[in-house]
Design a protein around this ligand. Structure first.
Ligand SMILES: *[C@@H]1O[C@H](CO)[C@@H](O)[C@H](O)[C@H]1NC(C)=O
Ligand SMILES: *[C@@H]1O[C@H](CO)[C@@H](O)[C@H](O)[C@H]1NC(C)=O
Length: 371
């Protein structure tokens, strides 16, 4: 019950605070059978990436994996009740038939069984964009997840797509970004809005709140030593689990989650740790949260990482957005204590995303409470 009150409270805080902003960040609508919701996937990285896409419910696109050169993007169309995830694969090499060349693995991170077109989830570590486009109460749920580890910076931009309910929600509340790679990180005084510029669907009228505590050195070091995919050689050459922090880490430094690396119940919130109030943040999720406050960091991190908006929108998924991580949810939670709800009827709240069975049970609880 205490849990229920907490969820309700989090939902309630979120009603309101909506401004008069109309970010007309439009993606063309197109009818293609039942798939009418565009997802634009953009590569703003300096390197080639191969996005992978896994459908967990509703009609997904025929394109489940493809190449994106730096600066390019591709739009795929999904059903308005689509549920699934999108991630980026790095350092891939495929033969002409779209298979791994001479082996079973084609990419160094995010690989899906060596295939260009993914039919299974990507290997850890991979930063995920997770969507349930039509969840309880006719709402869309989405998040950036580091539960399976981190490989690339990522932002999600909600596109109202002509839906007036969504046009009234400022992008500063809907567009999270996670920048956990030092090469992509802007300085602490980052301001993308000078000269009327827009950034991730926001402008100076409704600026994104950025995480401001980290600097290049803390972002370079956030991944716990033992969870680095390419643990640099250092004193002890891996014999000591926490060698001298002065050892230089590689610039591209994908990070496994503690759950992905050790598969232990307390890290994965499984077994006797499966339940809210039974599973807590661990050394990995704390580190992940410190660089990406709006990202999902462990299996019961719902209230601090899930975005909820009325259904009907489209989305952009941007790899290597640059700038800095956003800090939308924590700031809103903090601000909500003294402010009242405007009763606009739009729920932009924090709830639970349905991605696997574990999470589904929680969403049910959530639906029961708000019904
Ligand atoms: C997608 O590509 C087009 C054409 O190059 C470009 O104009 C647009 O800004 C890109 N969108 C994003 C979000 O990267
Ligand atoms: C692998 O991919 C990452 C991220 O795209 C890039 O920074 C790195 O240079 C690549 N490494 C190689 C050996 O190509």
């Amino acid at each position: 019950m205490a849990d229920g009150i907490l969820l309700l409270a989090t939902l309630l805080f979120a009603i309101g605070g909506l401004g008069e902003h109309h970010m007309k960040y439009h993606v063309e609508k197109r009818q293609s059978g039942s798939r009418d919701t565009p997802l634009l996937i953009a590569n703003w990285c300096d390197n080639d990436i191969h996005p992978g896409l896994l459908t967990q419910g509703g009609d997904g696109p025929p394109e489940t994996g493809f190449h994106l050169s730096p600066g390019s993007n591709q739009t795929v169309y999904v059903a308005s009740d689509w549920q699934g995830r999108i991630w980026g694969r790095t350092n891939c090499s495929f033969d002409d038939s779209g298979q791994a060349q001479g082996g079973s693995t084609a990419c160094s991170t995010g690989d899906c069984g060596g295939a260009l077109a993914c039919e299974i989830a990507g290997a850890s570590p991979a930063t995920l964009a997770e969507f349930t486009l039509s969840g309880s109460q006719s709402q869309a749920f989405y998040d950036i997840s580091l539960v399976d580890g981190y490989n690339l910076p990522m932002a999600i931009v909600m596109v109202p797509n002509g839906n007036s309910q969504l046009e009234d929600i400022p992008g500063s509340q809907t567009n999270p970004s996670c920048v956990g790679s030092v090469g992509d990180l802007a300085a602490q005084n980052f301001n993308p809005y000078s000269g009327g510029q827009q950034f991730l669907g926001t402008d100076s009228q409704s600026p994104l709140p950025f995480e401001i505590k980290n600097d290049a050195s803390t972002v370079a070091q956030w991944c716990p030593w033992d969870l680095q995919v390419d643990t640099p050689k250092g004193p002890g050459d891996g014999v000591y689990s926490y060698p001298d922090d002065d050892v230089k880490r590689p610039p591209f430094n994908p990070c496994l989650s503690a759950c992905a690396k050790y598969n232990k119940d307390d890290y994965c919130c499984t077994g006797s740790y499966d339940g809210s109030g039974k599973c807590y943040s661990n050394y990995y999720s704390k580190s992940a949260k410190s660089v990406c406050p709006d990202a999902y960091s462990f299996a019961y991190d719902d209230q601090d990482s899930t975005f909820i908006v009325p259904e009907g929108g489209a989305f952009q998924i941007i790899f290597c957005p640059g700038g800095r991580s956003t800090n939308i949810i924590a700031l809103k939670n903090g601000q909500s204590s003294g402010s009242s709800s405007s009763g606009s009827g739009t729920n932009l709240g924090i709830g639970r995303l349905v991605i696997d069975g574990r999470v589904r049970r929680r969403l049910l609880l959530f639906s029961l409470l708000v019904t």
